[in-house]
Design a protein around this ligand. Structure first.
Ligand code: ADP
Length: 799
């Protein structure tokens, strides 16, 4: 390291150079030299030719250290810290001995623990006792050099600060921010170019004036300005405060300002520096954004559909008034998640929907919303669309719609459509029924007219043929009416079935027996295939018999001579299967499509095969009533197969024997001895004539006819008949009332009464029996049957 060059003041050097020769001149021998040498205020010492110290004055001792100086003859070199200083000192000592004094400057010596910088002035002394000596005077330069260095540093700092200030001034002048300097009274002392450019004020116009009078305008926040003043008054800076100011020509100028109070070294306030940024554009953008946001929110809130802005996790970020009503969200409550409002089974579906919206786009879902205060769930349709933000899906916007009314309207529409379909079906049914009823009626009336016209002239055989036709058509009409009645009872749920375990084999055999005569007549073989002798089904045996009879008779009717009908029993799991398989005429695809339509005989009427077209419909409904079913297993042109399925009993209960399934035709009982008198209360003349004709052929029977209820009561009292046959619908009182009146009168109370009615319902039969009728017979009457009933009534014990 280079040691700094010592700066020697000229006066110092002159004194020291002068001192050496002066001492030499006085001579060493002189005692005065000693006293002068030692009293010198300047550190000095005398060394020999080798530089060893001979003597040193007190000032020198204090500089170099007494103990070391007085210890023997120390070498001056030892105090010098640097080798080059020692070299320079040796050269200077040589010169001094030869009479050339000189100076070794800036020598660093050790002083205790410190270093000191000294100049060594050397001057030769006249040799004493032949030994050359040199006086060395030490001028301590340490303090001076220190001061010089400090001055240099201060000068450098000054220069740097000046440079910096110049730079700062330039920056302040040229910066895009508004810079304003005021005195402590806020009077402007300096503004930069940006200030002038942005406010429209020239520098010379603003100097000496306050920013308040130049920049404030109608909407400047006075309270904020007051707070700024108060803050500055207590010596605090103002930081990042936004204030609305105005340009010279009155345009709004939003400024973000920082004001710094500046002080001198004594802490006195000298001025304020305000640095302000023009944020007008930003504020305008913010304002525009705020307005657009407000507009959007207003639109969002005014939208009649419920709108929900949701996070992916179902949390509701924002929802409009309609959504609050629909989902029952309270304004005061923190925003719930959508899941809180859903029926449990819908929560998972909504989670999946939100995930799908995020991944794949818009989705629609129907769900049920729980609304507090409402017992019922509100059906809602939720349509979710992704809301993009920062290039990704930030949220989901859901449009929700209460679809209660829509669903109700839909249900109503469906009901209406069903009702219309039912009404159309009913109209079709009635049209078909009317057609089907008119057909036999046509035959009856037609043949009856022929008979009437040719009563005297027609040959007997022809008359019989016509009568046979009338009877056939009448029976057909009756069968149809009975089927219709059955169907209407089933359709109006007025048929009850009495189901219990039934042994199928026995019942199937009875059904086969029933159709056996008909099959034999047509040359058709019928057979039972029942590998499981014990197979049972839960069924009403009477109704099951009806079903099987229908299927078997169809198998026989729609067959060809030499054909075969099989009744097969099998168990399939928990079901008993009863299949009726024939190898008859079968069914085409077109026919199969219309099977089970009431009255649709699928063209069988053209083949002259008897039937009503309702049997299969009734059979299927009965099978269903018993908990089973009936369907077509298959059909080709080579035959058909129908299957009845029924549940099997839970355990093998003892099967009840079929009851009342086969009605044996009974012979008319022989007339007992003596005449029997029938009182027939009937307003219809034809019916009265019919009974008259029937009884005319029975030798022991006599008939009296009453035309209304009251006449019936009178005649009953007068003639005392053996039996009273009552019609239900009479012109004055009905048949039940006549029966009540007869029972109430002791003269007639014991008379047996029979009801003859066209109303074949079970309820009518029951109420007639309860009112004391001995039996009920139906119109159209079956002659033999009626005669038997009349005979039984006459024989019944009188009450
Ligand atoms: P129908 O009184 O006419 O027999 P059904 O309701 O029992 O009335 O049957 C309806 C129609 O189905 C019949 O008219 C017939 O055309 C057809 N059909 C029923 N069973 C069979 C069968 N085993 N083979 C062929 N056709 C059948």
């Amino acid at each position: 390291m280079q040691r700094p060059e010592p700066q020697r003041p000229a006066a110092d050097r002159r004194d020291a150079v002068a001192l050496g020769p002066a001492i030499a001149d006085w001579g060493l021998a002189d005692a005065r030299f000693d006293s002068l040498f030692h009293s010198l205020p300047v550190p000095a010492l005398v060394v020999d030719a080798l530089g060893l110290v001979r003597t040193a004055n007190e000032a020198c001792e204090s500089l170099l250290g007494v103990p070391r100086l007085r210890a023997g003859r120390p070498a001056l070199m030892r105090w010098l810290l640097h080798a080059d200083d020692r070299t320079r000192l040796r050269m200077a000592l040589d010169n001094a001995r030869q009479g050339r004094g000189g100076c070794v400057d800036g020598v660093e010596i050790a002083h205790g623990d410190e270093h000191r910088t000294v100049d060594l002035w050397l001057s030769g002394l006249a040799p004493l006792q032949g030994e050359a000596e040199v006086v060395v005077t030490l001028i301590d330069q340490t303090e001076r050099l220190h001061t010089v260095r400090q001055l240099q540093a201060a000068h450098g700092e000054l220069m740097r600060q000046q440079g910096e200030n110049r730079q700062l001034a330039e920056v302040a002048r040229l910066t895009g921010q508004l810079v304003m300097v005021t005195d402590p009274q806020f009077r402007i002392t300096w503004v930069n170019e940006a200030f002038c450019r942005l406010t429209g004020w020239r520098s010379e116009d603003v100097t000496g004036r306050t920013p308040d009078e130049l920049l404030q305008g109608p909407d400047t926040d006075r309270a904020a300005m007051r707070r700024i003043r108060e803050q500055l008054d207590v010596g605090l800076p103002v930081e990042r405060t936004e204030i609305l100011n105005y340009t010279r020509d009155g345009r709004a100028l939003w400024l973000l300002m920082d004001i710094q109070p500046m002080r001198d070294e004594a802490g006195r306030l000298t001025h304020y520096v305000a640095v302000q940024t023009d944020i007008t554009a930003r504020r305008a953008a913010e304002e525009a954004l705020r307005r657009s946001d407000e507009q959007q929110r207003a639109l969002f809130d005014a939208e009649p559909h419920a709108l929900l802005l949701m996070r992916r996790d179902g949390g509701i970020v924002h929802c409009n008034a309609a959504a609050r009503v629909l989902f029952g969200i309270d304004d005061a409550q923190p925003a719930p998640t959508l899941y809180d409002r859903l029926a449990p089974e819908d929560r998972e579906a909504v989670g999946r929907m939100l995930a799908s919206v995020v991944l794949g786009g818009p989705q629609t879902l129907r769900l049920s919303v729980i609304r507090s205060g409402l017992d019922a769930l509100v059906p809602v349709e939720l349509h979710g669309v992704p809301v993009l933000r920062d290039g990704g899906v930030g949220a989901v916007l859901a449009v929700a719609r209460d679809i209660s009314d829509e669903l109700a309207a839909q249900a109503l529409r469906m009901q209406h459509e069903e009702a219309e379909a039912a009404s159309r079906a009913k109209s079709r049914f009635i049209a078909r029924m009317s057609h089907e009823l008119r057909t036999p009626l046509n035959a009856i009336l037609g043949f009856a007219q022929l008979l009437e016209a040719g009563l005297g002239s027609l040959p007997q055989a022809q008359k019989r043929q016509h009568l046979t036709s009338i009877l056939g058509a009448g029976r057909h009409l009756l069968a149809m009416i009975n089927d219709l009645l059955d169907l209407s009872l089933i359709e109006s749920d007025r048929v009850s079935v009495d189901c219990r375990p039934v042994a199928l084999r026995q019942l199937a055999q009875e059904a086969l027996d029933l159709v056996a005569p008909m099959a034999a007549q047509r040359g058709i073989e019928v057979a039972l295939v029942a590998p499981h002798a014990e197979l049972q089904a839960v069924a009403d045996p009477v109704r099951l018999m009806q079903v099987l009879a229908n299927l078997l008779s169809n198998g026989v009717k729609y067959n060809r001579p030499g054909g075969r009908v099989e009744l097969r029993l099998a168990r399939l799991g928990e079901q008993a299967c009863i299949d009726v398989v024939d190898d008859g005429i079968g069914l085409s695809e077109e026919q199969r499509a219309h099977l089970f339509e009431p009255f649709n005989r699928l063209g069988a009427e053209r083949r002259g095969i008897e039937g009503t077209g309702i049997g299969l419909v009734i059979a299927r409904r009965l099978a269903e009533l018993m908990g089973g079913g009936l369907g077509l297993l298959g059909a080709t042109e080579a035959g058909s197969a129908f299957r009845v399925t029924l549940p099997v009993p839970a355990r093998a209960d003892a099967a009840a024997p079929p009851r009342g399934t086969v009605r044996q035709r009974q012979a008319v009982p022989p007339a007992p001895g003596g005449e029997r008198h029938v009182l027939y209360v009937e307003d219809d003349e034809v019916n009265a004539l019919l009974l008259e004709a029937i009884l005319a052929r029975q030798p022991d029977w006599r008939l009296t006819v009453a035309r209304d209820g009251h006449e019936g009561l009178r005649l009953a009292r007068e003639i005392g008949p053996d039996v009273v046959l009552l019609d239900m619908q009479l012109p004055d009182i009905d048949g039940l009332q006549v029966r009540d009146a007869l029972a109430a009168d002791p003269a007639t109370a014991g008379l047996p009464c029979l009801l003859l009615t066209a109303d074949a319902t079970e309820s009518t039969r029951q109420s007639a029996l309860q009112r004391g009728f001995i039996g009920v017979e139906h119109k159209p009457l079956v002659v033999d049957r009626l005669l038997q009933a009349l005979a039984r009534a006459c024989d019944a014990p009188r009450v």
